[in-house]
Design a protein around this ligand. Sequence first.
Ligand code: GDP
Ligand code: ZN
Length: 289
Amino acid sequence: MNEQGQIVKSLAGFYYVDTGKAEYRCRARGIFKKEGVTPLVGDRVLITPQDDEEGVVDEILPRKNEFIRPLVANVDVFVITVATAEPEPNPEIIDRFLVTAELADADACLCVNKDDLESARAKRIADVYNGLYPTVVTSALTGEGLEELRLAIKGRSAAFAGASGVGKTSLIALLTGDERLKVGGVSERTGRGRHTTRHVEILTLADGTKVYDTPGFTSFEAAAASDFTDANIGALFPEFAALTDECRFNDCRHDFEPGCAVLAALENGTIKRSRYESYIKLLRKSEEK
Ligand code: GDP
Ligand code: ZN
């Protein structure tokens, strides 16, 4: 009898599959190797249990998306995390991650962490993305915003992305209740404890939400300019995409074109300057090629 589940961990040739009722340690059928297919953490699979603990992966169900670094599949929602300070927020990096999410056909939610440090700045960042992407303001130190974050990813498979030091590990710790990862926790960045085991794992929260724990990866591989043609970069910025029909030319690049609705929106402040600058940087990169 087949059962459906999700690969939550891959270790030493075994795939750990969560069926919602139990977790099975599985081998993959030989056919995968023959066909050059590698099951990934996040894959939804059909397995045949051998007993209460062991099973065989028979089939990998179609992937929604997959990533190379870290090597995972089926991310529903990216939590793009940025700190108000330490490290300084960088709008261009935020936008690159948002574009990565758009390219992967995943949802994105912006998490502005370390609100305890520079609260005014948290508000400014949130204002830029308000109405574009769900935005939560958190502090892993005080626990502020944690319920909003929980709600933003509820019931889905969520992966954190963002620069090193913004608080991804700390937030995951708060969500999962893993003491070792908390702010001020013993194993923080010391190389001892959790960070010594650098395998990717999916953690299941009490409400069924799944969180990809990807230690050692500061972020999901941001989109390379080669991932998109210059023609569709505008489509990856939702507020631009919404206006494209109003541009005079239907292949408008929103650069110097007359009658450009995006440039008009930039002028009147509906489109935020930092978003436009991120767009132009990506456009220029693609033009270099
Ligand atoms: P990661 O590299 O994104 O996983 O970031 P970490 O979770 O390892 O956090 C980096 C540093 O920032 C650690 O020293 C944390 O204790 C600290 N930190 C994380 N979240 C907060 C926060 O909300 N406020 C403050 N003040 N410090 C935080
Ligand atoms: Zn235009």
